[in-house]
Design a protein around this ligand. Structure first.
Ligand code: GLY
Ligand code: MN
Ligand code: MN
Length: 439
């Protein structure tokens, strides 16, 4: 299937589910880094999912209630030689009609003038309040004006709803095209992890290894890291989102690397591996590594249709708590420890998240009391961990921790596709057995 079919098929599904509502889906804007320098552009994933258009400051309208040829409207930055000399090519209004299957294109300056016209005839407006401050006042003003006229005109867009329930339901179930892209992102990410493990030596700086990972991502033609790469040696690994990456690797420390790439079309990998810097686990490191690995493998075995994210978390949690009791790092009855959350100073996060165009991808995990069941085509991470440090208070009734355990942070994370045949681990190229982590 070619790329443009992928996007047009998604638009068809989205519009059929919108019914008589209009959807307003804005692109991302450029974000200032400092002074007049901007961060590299990152498209809004909802907008990308429906359009495949990678410019900032655009707005897409989806209007299924309008006549054919007037249902997919894009407002874009105008062609402008001067701006294009400084910041690069723009498709402009004519370009997007030809290249992106748009019905009608206007320049973005025309949005205030034309939005009201296009919303005529809609029963409601699907627009995410609170996320797009640059156009929200305009959308609300037009909606308010319509409501004002309601007694005289009768039918106008009455409802304001979030598009997420439709769009994020679509995004959490990956089609064949998306699965292949996530498979590729996962593979490249896994290769970088193998590379970094082969390179790490005591005395190196974390940042040097970050360079090896990110250089590999770029060499493979990706956009680079999907999120701030975490290269955390020793106690730094107990900071879950440590991205300073500026310590030297000490002989005897573990190194936790949590890094994944983002492809040009924004699909991501997200992998964590933890290994001894000098190639040999201490007995404490080995004991904790074995617990996390067993928990992670057992949790992965539960990734199948019908189970849910809570099932996966519970089995990992149970094995971790059991292992920590065996080592004397927790005391008491396993069920009470879990119920009282008396393990949270050692394992303080959930066991995974959806993965896709966003690293922490969209989609509900539960609807009220109901846990969303896994279905073939969903992709999630499985990433239990144990982090032993002094940062969090020890829960009442739990033991003080002997210094020999401190400064050990371990997480093992894989990206897993749900299939009818069971879990498909997309990141298996990155080894994780105890033996393969040692030199
Ligand atoms: N890399 C962030 C996470 O694992 O969720
Ligand atoms: Mn993750
Ligand atoms: Mn991660």
């Amino acid at each position: 299937m070619n790329e443009s079919n992928v996007f047009s098929r998604r638009r068809e599904t989205f519009c059929s589910r919108l019914g008589n509502h209009a959807a307003i889906i804005p692109a991302a804007n450029l974000v200032t880094h400092h002074a007049d320098c901007e961060y590299p552009f990152r498209q809004n994933s909802d907008f990308w999912y429906l359009t495949g258009f990678d410019e900032p400051s655009a707005v897409a309208l989806f209007l299924p209630y309008r006549p054919k040829g007037e249902q997919y409207i894009l407002f874009v930055l105008p062609k402008d030689t001067h701006s294009e000399v400084w910041s690069g090519f723009r498709w402009g209004t004519e370009g997007v009609v030809d290249a992106f299957d748009v019905d009608i294109a206007h320049t973005i300056e025309e949005l205030p003038k034309r939005l009201g016209y296009y919303l005529q005839g809609a029963d409601g407006i699907a627009f995410r309040i609170g996320k797009h401050p640059h156009i929200e006042p305009l959308v609300l003003k037009i909606w308010a004006d319509y409501l004002e006229k309601l007694p005289r005109t009768g039918f106008q867009p009455l409802l304001m709803m979030a598009p997420c329930s439709i769009l994020h339901n679509m995004r959490m179930r990956k089609d064949r095209h998306e699965i292949e892209r996530i498979r590729l992102a996962s593979k490249i990410s896994a290769e970088a992890h193998e590379l970094v493990r082969a390179s790490a030596r005591p005395g190196m700086n974390e940042r040097f290894l970050q360079g090896i990972i990110e250089q590999y991502f770029l060499q493979q033609g990706t956009r680079g890291p999907a999120y701030g790469s975490i290269v955390a040696s020793g106690d730094n690994a107990c900071i879950l989102h440590y991205i300073s990456n500026n310590s030297n690797l000490e002989d005897g420390d573990l190194l936790l690397v949590d890094a994944g790439c983002s492809l040009v079309d924004y699909y991501n990998g997200d992998i964590t591996r933890t290994f001894p810097v000098n190639g040999k686990f201490s007995s404490e490191q080995k004991a904790l590594y074995e617990i996390v690995l067993a928990a992670q493998k057992f949790a992965i075995s539960k990734v199948c249709p019908g189970n849910n994210a809570e099932d996966i978390h519970s089995v990992a949690l149970r094995l971790i708590v059991e292992g920590l009791i065996d080592l004397g790092l927790l005391v008491g009855d396993i069920d009470s420890i879990i119920e009282q959350e008396a393990y949270k100073h050692l394992f303080m996060h959930r066991t995974g998240h959806w993965l896709g165009l966003d690293v922490h991808d969209v989609g509900a995990y539960r609807l009220g009391d109901f846990h969303v069941s896994l279905e073939a085509g969903m992709v999630l991470t499985v990433e239990p961990g144990i982090y032993v440090s002094d940062r969090l208070p020890i829960p009442k009734g739990q033991p003080e921790i002997n210094a020999r355990w401190k400064g050990i942070g371990i997480r093992i994370e894989d990206d897993v596709l749900v299939t009818e045949k069971g879990p498909d681990v997309l990141t298996s190229y990155a080894l994780k057995s105890l033996e393969s982590m040692q030199k």
